[in-house]
Design a protein around this ligand. Structure first.
Ligand code: AMP
Length: 532
């Protein structure tokens, strides 16, 4: 890591400079991130599934000086030329980039820009093995991580050195009850906050052994996770409900027969876990012996805020249960009044700051205030709805804003609409989430075209290509319905409530549609609904 830190310095990176990472789950990603922290540079990791457009937007927003990438990403059976995506992004006006450090992952053929591109091994290997740590203020920036919201482009959530590190270490130790000699494995990608906080910072600050996995849970088959758990004698295993559901769907034979007796704690993160998946995880993986910690938190919270503590909290399927010590959640009604008592539902807010609360959104502090602190005076607004049951335990229901959670990936519906609207034949579109057996939420797009489309199938493929190009394959709609109009209020606002219900297969109980400008489109939309 110190060698990499020296290589960054030798290539002109100084305290405060932004370095962008775009690579698969290789050790060099964690090494590079830590090398930045060592010299006070700010890392901005971009998930390697995002498109060149998305990467370029993030590089420009943070005016990064360097990109660190891999040559290729072997993802399951796919061979993705990562370096090509970087080249494409940099051709989109990323003028701040001076150097691209390329890590040789597969050794496949790539294009090369003399003067700008350098091999990681040539830059790093010969460096001195010691690099003094840069003295940092607790409030100096540690990293930027882009995340989607209801409006506009993704924003760069900023975390700082002191509070973030204290809180990720504290929550890691307590939520996972890590003990010396344990082998902890979080299956997330470092491109998301879970990877930052609970693969890199939390575990390493606690001196833990943390596993990094480059691959997918179903390749070469659906036993991959359990093989690794058995082989490494994993003691704490942390994954997302979407992975659990996908593995469950493959059948029990893929988990049976593996020795998973080393597992002491099972974690879930990223989206609400349904009861069937919770019970399967508990019985088939934990054999009823390993407490499940359903951890609720967000990119903005930096670390886990609501979670059971293994061995202390009575487990309750699908409940994130209780706030961690010091965290003060509350439920508000639409008018911003606190809902007291138990057995109630409302908008989840946090009353007082905690150490790893986001500090700003990069380059736009006002946007941070508007998004999180303006909706309700003196509260941090999470964007989630939650229920507090008779025992005072929290169950997270899901987003109450125009953000959807697809396989644990957070996407703004407006972002997807903007991508769809780049298709020349599209006049307008509206995207909503609907319940999906594996992904948690699927993406349902209603699209208005200027003229009738000649070939439906070709048109749908073009829409998928447009979304892949603008955002990345993770944002591709599962269903595209071509409509002649969208239900709108007299002030011209799309009535998403109706679109969500139709997408969810609910055709009765649509509520009052008489106030719509164009109530007739509702029947048309219902008739053409793509429900399985
Ligand atoms: P991200 O910032 O990408 O990690 O996404 C955060 C969002 O994921 C939250 O606002 C929730 O909607 C959802 N989420 C995260 N953890 C949980 C959980 N344990 N239960 C339910 N939803 C969750």
């Amino acid at each position: 890591m110190c060698k990499a830190a020296n290589a960054l310095k030798a290539n002109g990176i100084q305290k405060g400079d932004r370095v962008c990472f775009y690579m698969p789950m290789v050790p060099e990603l964690a090494i590079g991130v830590l090398a930045c922290a060592r010299i006070g540079a700010v890392h901005s990791v971009v998930f390697a599934g995002f498109s060149a457009n998305s990467l370029a937007d993030r590089i420009k927003d943070a005016t990064c000086k360097m990109v660190i990438c891999s040559d290729y990403n072997d993802r399951g059976a796919k061979h993705i030329i990562v370096k090509d995506v970087v080249d494409e992004a940099l051709a989109m006006g990323c003028d701040s980039i001076e150097t691209v450090l390329v890590h040789r992952n597969t050794g496949g053929k790539i294009s090369w820009h003399e003067g700008r591109d350098k091999w990681w091994h040539e830059a790093v290997d010969h460096q001195p093995a010691a690099c003094p740590a840069e003295p940092m203020d607790a409030e100096d920036m540690l990293f930027i991580l882009y995340t989607s919201g209801s409006t506009g482009k993704p924003k760069g959530v900023v975390h700082t050195c002191g509070g973030y590190m204290v809180f990720t270490c504290y929550t890691f130790q307590n939520v996972f009850q890590y003990e010396d000699g344990d082998i902890y494995w979080c299956t997330a990608d470092i491109g998301w906050v879970t990877g930052h906080s609970y693969i890199v910072y939390g575990p390493l600050l606690a001196g833990a052994t943390t596993v990094m996995f480059e691959g997918v849970p179903t390749y070469p088959n659906a036993s991959r996770f359990w093989q690794v758990c058995e082989k490494l004698r994993v003691t704490q295993f942390y994954t997302a409900p979407t992975a659990i559901r996908a593995l469950m769907a493959h059948g029990d034979q893929y988990v049976e027969g593996f020795d998973l007796s080393s597992i002491k704690v099972l974690g879930s993160v990223g989206e609400p876990i349904n009861e069937e998946a919770w019970r399967w995880y508990d019985q088939k993986v934990g054999k009823g012996r390993a407490p499940i910690v359903d951890t609720w938190w967000q990119t903005e919270t930096g670390g886990i805020l609501i979670s059971p503590l293994p061995g202390i909290t009575e487990p309750k399927p699908c409940f994130a249960t209780n706030p961690l010590p010091g965290v003060q959640p509350c439920l508000l009604d639409q008018e911003g009044r606190e809902i007291e008592g138990n057995d109630v539902e409302g908008l989840l807010c946090i009353k007082f700051p905690w150490p790893s609360i986001l500090r700003t959104t990069y380059g736009d502090h006002e946007r941070c205030r508007q998004t999180y602190f303006a909706p309700f005076d003196n509260y941090y607004f999470t964007g989630d709805g939650a229920r507090r049951d008779a025992d005072g335990m929290y169950r997270i229901i899901g987003r109450v804003d125009d953000v959807i959670n697809v396989s644990g990936h957070r996407l703004g519906t407006a972002e997807i609409e903007n991508a769809i609207n780049t298709h020349p034949q599209v006049v307008e579109s509206a995207v909503v989430g609907y319940p999906h057996d594996i992904k948690g939420q699927g993406i349902y797009a209603y699209v208005i075209t200027g003229a009738p489309v000649a070939d439906d199938n070709t048109f749908r493929h073009e829409i998928l290509d447009a979304v892949t190009k603008v955002i990345g394959p993770i944002a591709k709609p599962d269903k595209i319905q071509i409509v002649s109009g969208l239900p709108k209020t007299r002030s011209g606002k799309i009535m998403r409530r109706i679109l969500r219900k139709v997408a969810s297969g609910e055709t009765s109980n649509l509520g009052d549609v008489s106030t719509l400008l164009n109530p007739e489109v509702v029947d048309e939309i219902m008739d053409g609904a793509l429900n399985d």
